[in-house]
Design a protein around this ligand. Sequence first.
Ligand SMILES: Nc1ncnc2c1ncn2[C@@H]1O[C@H](COP(=O)(O)OP(=O)(O)OP(=O)(O)O)[C@@H](O)[C@H]1O
Ligand SMILES: [Mg+2]
Length: 489
Amino acid sequence: MIIRTLFAKLALALTLLLLGIGILYALLSSSLAHHYQQQFLQSLNRDLAEHLVTERKLVNGGVLDPHALKDTFQHYMMVNPSIEIYLLDENGNILSYSADPGQVKRDHVDLQPIQEFLRGREFPLLGDDPRSFERRKVFSATRIPRAGQPPAYLYVVLRGQEYERIEQLFQNNFLLQLSGTALLVSLLVGLVFGLVLFRLLTRRLHSLARLMRDFSASNFTRHSRWPEHPRRDDEIERLGKHYNSMAEHIQEQLEALKKQDELRRELVANVSHDLRTPLAALHGYIETLQLKANQFDAETRSEYLDIALQHSRRVTRLVDELFELAKLDASELQCQREPFAVAELVQDVIQKFRLPAEEQGVTLDMQGDAALPFVDADIGMIERVLENLIGNALQHTAAGGEVSVVLKAGEDTVQVEVHDNGSGIPPEELPHIFHRFYRAGNKERSDHHAGLGLAIAQHIVMLHGGIIEVSSEVGAGTRFSFSLPVWQA
Ligand SMILES: Nc1ncnc2c1ncn2[C@@H]1O[C@H](COP(=O)(O)OP(=O)(O)OP(=O)(O)O)[C@@H](O)[C@H]1O
Ligand SMILES: [Mg+2]
């Protein structure tokens, strides 16, 4: 049979433990009682042998009186059958005895305990029982001097049937019975209390196990919380708290996965839409050119070709951006960090945008600290970020406006800011502009931008351990900022 619940296991263990304690106690107390009984008996009869010798006048004029001895034996056989008297020579050989001759098996007993007895060693002392080869019993003994011979010993074995009596002792002894009952009752009470306690403790564990089972049965979607008790702090409570945070974590992860999945679908839909539009246009212009090439004059043909080329650039751009994002997502793109002067890079990028800015009538310049430390970053990536930020600023700034890149030295960073005094972004749209394919309402739907630039820029800045921040006011302008780590030589 397999015990399935912790409570049953604990209950079984407790029962066995208490049973063991009970048995051990009974064995111990019986052996102690036996020991005490023997000690008591021997102390009580310490001088019995000596008294026998003096009172019964066993020694007469330095010689052992055989008649007196025989008298004594017979007397005690009748008066006190529970003692047996033996006369031993100096080597322990039995010379004569009071007991029934048929029952005495030994003809010799060990003298050592007798000598210890005479020297006054602590009781109980056990000597050989001549009636058996194995049994040992408490005794009393005395030395009997014999004229011209080594002394003999009177050896009195106490309580012939002592073993049988000791059993009776337990039945008759009120104290022992009482302590036995007390033990039994306290063990039972202990068992009951233990079981109640175990039940209380395992009940919480049981309910925690049920919570976990329900959670996993609901496919990790429904999480009933473990009711936390701030004042309790045991393993079960901690387990419960860990379960709560684990379950929340699992749910968050599942939510994130779901969201990611939705985002992926949206992305695919956006990508197909954004690719289809320029491709259809491209297709249309080329087809028209092919069909009506002869009817068009050179100028119209070149105009059609220009438009087709624009659409083709748009597709290329989109595919490039998507590819870049995918690489950033897969963390394949590691930054190739190197020390460089960020002001020089900014100048280069501004140079690229100078012509379109002039055409647009927008001034484009760099401001800020003159002496800046080298930064430690990936030049290509940072160039990409600057291109997008400056490109965005120019797109949203009307003629007569101003776009400037401001550089500031921080503690161990260089702060890069792109300011414009263009259209600005409405506050409700600000949180979304870093999302993929998000284009704010300030932008015409038909323009050539996919809404990926800021998503890429944010990713790149994060790869460099920074964050990109934006502040904007509609009609007043926009400011993007991020910081780059200073190169430590
Ligand atoms: N300086 C700015 N002023 C006003 N609006 C801005 C500015 N920069 C970004 N935006 C808004 O944030 C949106 C997202 O910018 P993002 O650079 O991600 O996309 P995009 O420029 O439209 O497309 P792409 O960069 O992929 O060519 C833009 O569509 C625009 O509406
Ligand atoms: Mg952009």
